[in-house]
Design a protein around this ligand. Structure first.
Ligand SMILES: [Fe+2]
Length: 416
């Protein structure tokens, strides 16, 4: 009997311990963020351009609830309680996005070129903390920007953006495949993670938010039928850039910069009139650059890829005729720098092509022996580009902040 009671007490003790362990294990789950809580990136602003980057800036942030109004207050001096300027924006939602977030955006206009601005965003009742940006300088002031493509919210992306931000660029260009969400609402957490990374890293050493120029890639597009906004809901919904997939901005007095769509929503051929007119407009400038997703001179994929062939057919004659200084290419997840090329041949004053979209995705080993390559590697990187009236200096920066390749284009060498 005693033996039976003893076994019974042991059994009860085991059950009690098991219950306590179960309760303890459940506690962290109870304290975890509820699934419908707002992501940490809500309320934090990021920057794009819809207009002239010297005189405008578009500030956007996300919120769980619809704000009563969207307001930015700003000034050239730090004055968190007494800004002189105020601008009103608007909110929208991405139709069908289950989290129902509001995207709130306000464009500042009439800015002074090359000027630091301090700002807060809010609804006139409450405002964010103070942030800072710099408008693009005009004239011959030096322009430094960063550029790469195929980003993912990985440790690698975090390292690369940290080292890139430490170079104090005026803006960052991402040449498509922004976070591999494929325009699918069930992958919204990838964007949440991407924005968390960017809000942590996309700040210069003196505290300026780095504006983004976002080109479209194949992973911005879903398989749904519909208009452009429905097929690339995050690209258009998150990044106000004028509502198209191809456009151009002049950055300062020496660089014309063209963003193109390698047939993800708009065929190459359809962009030809825009491309020709823009290259003609930029012809007097020392430097002309283009960014697009699928390379004309790939380092991994086939030279016969249909998107590559379309680029050669429709764009390359214009790049050659108007002496494009550099084509920033992506999609292949490698490092590459070509020889100078014109009419699809080596030419000492031809266009330089660099890439190939390797800023957060798992890198690939480039193919060997392609006639148009000067250098290839697997190394993830962003390019840091400095533009002056006489030189365009490109440096490839790895995840540790080391420069492992560079090239200098001179204005004279790109003249007709
Ligand atoms: Fe791609």
């Amino acid at each position: 009997m005693n033996h039976y009671n003893s076994r019974r007490r042991i059994l009860i003790a085991i059950v009690a311990i098991a219950l306590l362990i179960g309760l303890a294990a459940s506690l962290p789950a109870c304290s975890r963020r509820r699934v419908h809580d707002a992501p940490p990136s809500y309320g934090k602003p990021y920057l794009t351009w819809q207009g002239d980057p010297s005189t405008t800036m578009t500030i956007t942030y996300h919120s769980e609830a619809e704000p009563a109004s969207v307001v930015a207050v700003y000034d050239t001096e730090e004055a968190p309680e007494a800004y002189r300027y105020r601008a009103v924006g608007k909110s929208w939602q991405i139709p069908g996005l289950p989290d129902g977030r509001y995207i709130n955006s306000v464009e500042l206009t009439g800015l002074t070129p090359g000027q630091d601005y301090y700002f807060r965003v809010g609804d006139d009742e409450t405002f964010s903390e103070q942030y800072k940006f710099r408008s693009i300088p005009d004239g011959d002031a030096p322009i430094r920007f960063a550029i790469g493509g195929d980003t993912l919210p990985t440790r690698l992306f975090r390292d690369l953006t940290r080292e890139t931000a430490a170079q104090d660029p005026l803006f960052l260009v991402i040449g498509g495949d922004l976070c591999y969400a494929d325009g699918r609402f069930e992958r919204i957490n990838r964007w949440n993670a991407w924005f968390d990374h960017w809000h942590d890293q996309g700040v210069t050493t003196d505290g300026r938010l780095i504006p983004l120029v976002m080109a479209i890639g194949n992973h911005e597009i879903n398989r749904r039928e519909g208009n452009h906004e429905e097929r690339a809901p995050f690209f258009f919904g998150f990044f106000p850039q004028g509502g198209k997939t191809y456009w151009a901005h002049q950055f300062g007095g020496n660089l014309g910069f063209i963003v193109l769509d390698t047939n993800h929503l708009v065929p190459h051929e359809e962009q030809v009139p825009f491309l020709e007119q823009t290259l003609r407009d930029y012809d007097p400038l020392p430097f002309r650059a283009a960014v697009y997703h699928v390379p004309l001179y790939p380092s991994f994929r086939s030279f016969g890829d249909e998107y590559t062939v379309a680029g050669h057919t429709h764009w390359l004659p214009l790049f050659d005729a108007y002496n494009l200084s550099v084509g920033f290419e992506n999609h292949d997840h490698t490092f590459k720098r070509t020889i100078r090329l014109k009419n699809n041949k080596a030419h000492p004053e031809g266009t330089l092509y660099v890439g190939d979209g390797n800023a957060g995705v798992p890198p690939r080993k480039p193919k060997c022996g392609r006639w148009y390559m000067d250098k290839t590697a697997r190394t993830p990187h962003f390019w840091i580009v400095d533009v002056s009236p006489t030189e365009m200096h490109l440096r490839a920066l790895d995840r540790k902040g080391n420069v492992f390749d560079e090239e200098v284009l001179t204005a004279a060498s790109t003249e007709h």
